[in-house]
Design a protein around this ligand. Structure first.
Ligand SMILES: Cc1cc2nc3c(=O)[nH]c(=O)nc-3n(C[C@H](O)[C@H](O)[C@H](O)COP(=O)(O)OP(=O)(O)OC[C@H]3O[C@@H](n4cnc5c(N)ncnc54)[C@H](O)[C@@H]3O)c2cc1C
Length: 468
């Protein structure tokens, strides 16, 4: 089905029922706070009301610890465990370490160790009201760049495992795909394919080595046949130009007839990101394929070439919001498309930032409401993070759409912004680097974590009827 421009019929009842998120104008969007997200409308259900009590209480404990001076020592401890070669400490050999990690951070941030556990978590998310999930195999490796060039510590002295690593990566992704359903995503990391991938990406090879190319084709075909989608994660800059080239080629082959099966990730903290979005738009427009963009701020500020990253957080924020606004208005964020038609496109806003979420949501709704052309918008946060933002969106979205469906309005559900949760699965050991990255990310976002902790505590008070 061709998903050209969005020209939905005007759903009056929908918008009047859901004023708060749709109120902002496109011209001058004010800044929003977590409070606005959490209290969108006095007549609606409290956003965190549907969160299971066990999850809520674990969240209160974890986010309070993460927003406190305890975080740096906890990160050092986790790093010590991650790097430890001692069988007495490592969770793969010590069941006590394993169960402590599982009961605390693993269960908060990860979906499960096998199909049964993961399927249950996926179902729980959908029951909460999420449109779907993005599922990824959590095993990851962060490259170190030193005199030997880019390399991954665990592979440095390993025997030649290159082909096996590609095959295992492919099987892992196909297995992940079987755990999700139609409309869900899986996320893929090219460096996960092992030393051959890392070497080719670091050289900036414009096409993947044949074994990886075959693996990718198989994954894409299986994803498209299942009616699912996948996005390719953005990684460190040393790999990123090749990641873009490989992913653009996949979009060229698989995003046909207006359907988006593959999305590439753009990191808005990069000074070149607006220009990179422009380049994607031009290529898609000229060659006639559909563009899928997942927009993040960027997770590698501590491991990457600093002067290619915006100088301040405020600059990154501005750039992020400007890219969102341009794409939702079917414009390039960099300059005029000079005669190239704006292509079929889809935007996934992947952020925990309440202000960006709200701006995107408001603008999308506003454009739909006023009959202006736009592109489909999806939004998502990571499991265990910014639940007040995700659930705030759900609280806003759900009752409104129920009212809409009740009146049989002729607007497809896919027109409205959809909310997803991004999950990672794998054994405790496989998830360690991922968990460490989440902990470090919380360290650089203490204010946001404090907001989350405050929201969780407020929900506990509300739920148990305590007065403050
Ligand atoms: C669903 C999902 C998928 C993701 N996938 C990826 C991915 O594929 N690749 C990837 O790299 N990241 C990914 N991320 C992580 C993301 O890039 C951010 O690191 C993380 O989400 C925090 O940023 P934020 O937008 O949520 O909000 P905020 O907490 O408001 O922003 C924090 C971010 O701002 C930027 N920043 C902080 N300080 C400065 C400074 N001094 N100067 C310039 N910029 C600064 C950094 O990017 C930092 O991470 C993903 C996040 C989500 C929610």
């Amino acid at each position: 089905m061709k998903s050209k421009v969005f020209w939905p019929k005007k759903p009056e009842s929908f918008y009047s029922a859901s004023k708060s998120f749709a109120d902002a104008t496109t011209a001058a969007l004010p800044s929003y706070t977590h409070h606005d997200i959490l209290h969108p409308s006095p007549r609606k259900k409290p956003p965190l009301a549907d969160l299971p009590t066990k999850t809520l209480l674990r969240s209160v404990l974890l986010t309070s610890a993460m927003a406190s001076p305890l975080l740096p020592p906890l990160i050092s401890l986790l790093k010590y465990v991650v790097d430890s070669k001692s069988p007495l400490l490592h969770p793969s050999t010590n069941p006590i370490t394993n169960s402590i990690l599982r009961a605390t951070i693993y269960n908060h941030f990860c979906a499960g160790v096998n199909e049964t556990e993961v399927r249950k978590t996926v179902q729980d998310m959908k029951t909460l009201g999420f449109k779907g999930v993005i599922l990824g195999y959590a095993r990851e490796s962060v490259a170190k760049i030193d005199a030997d060039g880019p390399h991954v510590e665990e592979w440095k002295n390993a025997p030649i495992i290159a082909d096996r690593a590609v095959d295992e990566w492919k099987e892992g992704n196909l297995r992940t795909l079987k755990m999700v359903g139609k409309g869900d995503y899986i996320n893929i990391k090219f460096t996960g394919a092992g030393p051959t991938a890392v070497a080719a990406l670091a050289r900036g090879d414009p096409t993947p080595p044949p074994r990886i190319m075959h693996a990718m084709t198989e994954i894409c075909e299986a994803t498209a046949a299942q009616g699912s989608r996948f996005w390719v994660d953005a990684e460190q800059q040393v790999f990123q130009s090749a990641i873009d080239a490989w992913t653009i080629d996949l979009m060229r082959r698989f995003n046909r007839d207006g359907n988006v099966v593959v999305l590439n990730t753009i990191q808005a903290y990069l000074k070149s990101s607006a220009e990179n979005v422009h380049r994607h738009l031009i290529l898609a427009g000229r060659e006639g394929w559909a563009l899928g963009i997942k927009l993040v701020r960027g997770a590698y500020i501590a491991h990457d070439i600093r002067d290619r990253i915006h100088d301040t957080k405020a600059d990154t924020d501005r750039n992020y919001n400007q890219i969102v606004e341009s794409l939702l208005s079917r414009r390039s964020p960099f300059r005029d498309l000079s005669g190239t038609t704006f292509p079929d496109a889809r935007l996934f806003v992947a952020t925990h930032n309440a202000d960006s979420v709200r701006r995107a949501y408001s603008l999308s709704r506003r454009r739909i409401q006023t009959g202006l052309p736009t592109i489909p918008l999806e939004m998502g946060q990571l499991q265990g993070m910014a639940d007040e933002v995700s659930c705030g969106l759900l609280a806003e979205y759900r009752p409104a759409s129920d009212e809409l469906w009740g009146k049989g309005a002729p607007v497809e559900a896919s027109v409205f912004p959809q909310v997803f949760k991004c999950l990672a699965w794998g054994s405790t050991e496989e998830c360690l680097h991922f968990l460490l990255r989440r902990a470090v990310e919380n360290q650089s976002a203490v204010t946001r974590t404090q907001d989350t902790a405050a929201a969780m505590r407020a929900e506990v008070w509300r739920r148990f009827g305590w007065r403050r």
